[in-house]
Write a protein that binds this ligand. Structure first.
Ligand SMILES: C[S@@+](CC[C@H](N)C(=O)[O-])C[C@H]1O[C@@H](n2cnc3c(N)ncnc32)[C@H](O)[C@@H]1O
Length: 547
């Protein structure tokens, strides 16, 4: 392409040169250094798809004033040069905090419209109306909140509130602040394309950002990549592309929500009315979220009180296998059976011997003693001589230090059902397993422990066999329903928090254990009717079907 009046620009040759310099820069910096500034380059193919999508959404005659607030070597600018019609780029600005990257970009883009500013974008004053961007594309630095200094964080939060009225919590990462701060850099109807971690879609700190996207912008597209296909080789975050116009939306506006595949060819896509999207919902459920429709019946939380298993503070020290515990002659009364990791449990049903110890190849015991040290030394010298080995190291660990007696364990009676709540989705198997536990073994925080609530306990008292029916139903819950209820990390790792598992619809389970329909059970009082209506209002309704 050629810029107005200038010599022709060979976009392809420039991109080849950029990629070579990018690789050279990366080879010179350690992974740790790149982490500090969130330097994860956008793959060229992805940058091109984002640019193509963005350009397809702007009016063709509008001149492009381009802005990349976190330029790097200029992946988006390179793609823009390759896609935009000759002469359409009226101006282009890129900010880059890192001297080496900024210097490289200056050399690379000399003779093109791009002005490279070696500065911290978050400290720049936004330009006046008429000088702002019409196309803003950015892969902002992925820097987690705990790597932001206290005063910097306060400054960023203040700025985000000033520029976009987004009240970000202290847990928000730098990328959220970038999105908020960039608001003041956009002309009306500016198209923005952000490549960001999808985390904001499902965690509390993301609600403020979602609120902004729904109320202050016309959200065009949310595409979430399949976390099993990590976009950046070296950053284990699952990524999303968020595209919007700087214009308030009409309630009937349709947002294209897509998932998997590529931005150009997503595996799934649905258009959802903006009025049907709520900032409090997990957007990572989109677009496949049938599980999110209004659910008036039972949820698992009505039938089970769900708690994470116990955190011992030092599994290697407090948990011993049977052979070691007997070789040390530790007193039996202070040893509680504890479940081993789920990979040692082949069947989903755990049988027990007459002492309540699981019949498993790996039999483990937790030292669970509530005697104070003085007494222990006197009455159980053998156990004391083992525990005192941990005085220098284990007792000093944060969790142990916070206990009344450093080796005292939390109360977690054996639960009749436990759930493995961290799992992968990139294989055919189930990411989460529900185990029926007939033993007296407690469990560590590698499990969620599911204790029947009073409602279910009453039912089980009358018909104990209903527990088995409940367990079968748990394992029959659709894999997508469970995945949609939890959260996902890069690399396809899924996790279900107790509250998330408790929110899973459970009408089928309730029926299987013989409970009457929930509405027949308890008439709705006015407050609950209102809550139901509100839930209905914030639930997702799907307009079009997936491709
Ligand atoms: C995720 S990389 C993206 C680079 C490039 N735009 C791309 O897409 O490949 C983010 C870039 O922002 C830069 N950066 C980090 N903090 C910044 C700041 N406060 N102001 C400007 N640039 C910043 C990093 O050095 C890094 O090059």
């Amino acid at each position: 392409m050629a810029t107005d009046g200038g010599p022709p620009i060979d976009a392809e040759a420039l991109e080849a040169s950029r990629l070579a310099r990018q690789a050279e820069l990366e080879s010179r910096t350690s992974r740790r250094e790149r982490n500090r500034l969130g330097q994860y380059a956008t793959p060229a193919r992805l940058a091109r798809e984002i640019v193509e999508f963005a350009l397809s959404q702007c009016s063709p005659g509008r001149p492009i004033s381009f802005l990349d607030p976190a330029l790097g070597t200029g992946a988006f600018y390179a793609a823009l040069l390759g896609c935009a019609r000759s002469g359409r780029i009226a101006s282009a600005v890129g900010f880059e905090i890192d001297a080496a990257y900024a210097a490289t970009a200056k050399v690379l883009w000399k003779g093109t419209p791009l002005k490279v500013c070696h500065r911290d974008f978050t400290r720049e004053r936004a330009p006046g109306a008429g000088e702002r961007a019409t196309v803003l594309l950015c892969n902002p630095p992925y820097v987690r909140h705990h790597h932001l200094g206290t005063s910097d964080k306060a400054r960023l939060r203040r700025l985000s509130a000033e520029r976009a009225h987004i009240r970000l919590s202290g847990l928000a990462g730098l990328y959220c602040h970038f999105m908020a701060i960039a608001h003041g850099w956009m002309e009306p109807d500016c198209i923005a394309g952000w490549l960001v971690p999808s985390e904001f879609m499902e965690v509390n700190y993301g609600c403020a950002l979602k609120e902004y996207l729904l109320s202050r912008t016309t959200l065009l597209r949310i595409h979430r990549f399949d976390p099993n296909e990590v976009q950046f080789d070296d950053a284990l975050v699952s990524s999303a592309v968020v595209c919007f116009l700087n214009r308030r939306p009409s309630p009937e506006h349709l947002v294209q929500c897509s998932y998997g595949g590529t931005l150009r060819h997503p595996a799934m896509s649905q258009a959802i009315r903006v009025a049907d999207l709520a900032p409090t919902e997990k957007w990572t459920r989109l677009p496949m979220s049938r599980a999110a429709v209004a659910q008036e019946g039972y949820r698992l939380g009505d039938l089970f009180s769900i708690r994470r298993g116990l955190a011992t503070g030092a599994n290697d020290f407090f948990i011993l296998d049977e052979a070691k515990a007997s070789a040390l002659e530790l007193p039996r009364r202070f040893l509680r059976p504890v479940l081993p990791s789920a990979r040692f449990i082949r069947e989903d049903e755990i049988d027990a011997d007459t002492n309540g110890v699981p019949r498993l190849s790996r039999r483990l015991f937790l030292i669970d003693c509530d005697l104070p040290a003085d007494e222990l030394r006197r009455v159980e010298p053998v156990l004391w001589s083992y525990l005192r080995r941990g005085l220098a190291d284990v007792a000093a660990r944060h969790l142990c230090r916070s206990r009344r007696v450093w080796y005292l364990q939390e109360r977690r009676p054996a639960a009749p059902i436990v759930c493995t709540y961290i799992g992968r989705s990139d294989h055919e198997g189930r990411p989460f397993r529900f185990l029926l536990n007939h033993s007296q073994a407690t469990a560590t925080n590698a499990y969620l422990m599911m204790y029947p609530t009073a409602l279910l306990a009453r039912r089980l008292a009358r018909s104990p066999e209903a527990l088995r029916a409940a367990w079968r139903q748990l394992n029959a819950i659709g894999r997508d329903t469970l995945l949609a209820s939890g959260r996902v990390y890069g690399g396809g790792m899924h996790k279900l928090e107790p509250r998330e598992l408790a929110s899973v619809p459970a009408d089928a389970l309730a029926r299987a254990v013989g409970l009457p329909p929930k509405r027949a059970l308890e008439p709705l009082e006015p407050a609950r009717v209102a809550a139901r209506k509100a839930r209905r209002a914030t639930s997702f309704k799907f307009r079009s079907t997936s491709r």
